[in-house]
Design a binder for this molecule. Structure first.
Ligand SMILES: O=C(O)CCC(=O)C(=O)O
Length: 255
């Protein structure tokens, strides 16, 4: 890894997060915004009833099956080398969702993005939030509590009591905020008239179950068009090793 990648990895170990600047090419940013807006609009007839559109945000799940731009968005070597360093070379994307904080919406409570309440010293998952807009406190940027990935978390805690420790992550569109999924964080209330958009790319260690089994999500036609890199990224090879009784060979799909 180069020095910059090492610094990102160290930041995630120590403070729980890091920020990549200028990480999304302008053309990709434009296409991702257009595709995301269209998808949110297309789902507006089902979003509220399913809880995807609520008082604080609108969310859309499994984006790579809805537009091809989300197949390539995370094939970003600068990000991937840090993910592989921290999660292992066979790490993969277990979810790729989009979220926008609704104008004049409510704030989210501080939380973590995994079921394991504490995994001291271990990084199981990293959420890489791709910013499609300039992020400011005013438009509901993510807030985090630096170092909180080392503390136990529970649904019963009064999270409002920790708000004074939070840092608002302000950064220009095209940046990526990557954080240990055990870091306490939340989307904040958006006080502007425009949505605040982000694509959440959840990287995980190879032995962890994904949120989405992309092998099942993609159509056979799309699977036929995926590159090897895309298949690896979307977890097509994540399965336990097995013993082939016909050839008496051990088969490890990850090698
Ligand atoms: O988009 C954000 O600001 C963070 C949202 C979040 O933390 C979540 O939905 O789990």
């Amino acid at each position: 890894m180069n020095k910059t990648a090492e610094l990102h990895a160290r930041n995630i170990h120590t403070q729980g997060y890091t920020l990549f600047n200028n990480a999304i090419a302008p053309g990709v940013l434009k296409s991702a915004r257009e595709a995301f807006d269209r998808i949110i609009e297309d789902e507006s007839h089902i979003g509220p009833a399913r809880g995807w559109h609520n008082k604080s945000y609108k969310i859309s799940y499994a984006l790579p099956i809805k537009d091809n731009i989300f197949r390539s968005l995370c094939l970003n070597e600068k990000l991937l080398q840090v993910m592989r360093n921290l999660l292992g070379k066979h790490c993969y994307l277990g979810a790729l969702n989009g979220m926008t904080m609704t104008p004049n919406g409510e704030t989210q409570a501080l939380h973590i993005d995994q079921n394991e309440a504490i995994s001291p010293g271990n990084i199981l998952r990293i959420n890489a939030l791709h910013m499609l807009d300039d992020w400011k406190k005013e438009n509901g940027c993510t807030r985090i509590i630096p170092g909180s990935q080392h503390q136990a978390w529970s649904h019963n805690m009064d999270m409002a009591a920790y708000e004074d420790k939070s840092t608002y992550i302000e950064a220009p569109a095209g940046s990526i905020l990557a954080f240990n999924a055990a870091l306490w964080h939340a989307g904040s209330s958006n006080h502007t008239t425009l949505p605040r958009r982000a694509i959440h790319a959840l990287f995980m260690q190879p032995w962890i179950q994904p949120q989405w089994d992309f092998k099942k999500c993609f159509s056979p036609e799309t699977i036929a068009s995926l590159s090897e890199k895309e298949k690896q990224l979307f977890g097509f090879y994540q399965q336990p090793g097995w013993f082939n009784h016909e050839t008496n060979e051990l088969v490890d799909p990850l090698i």
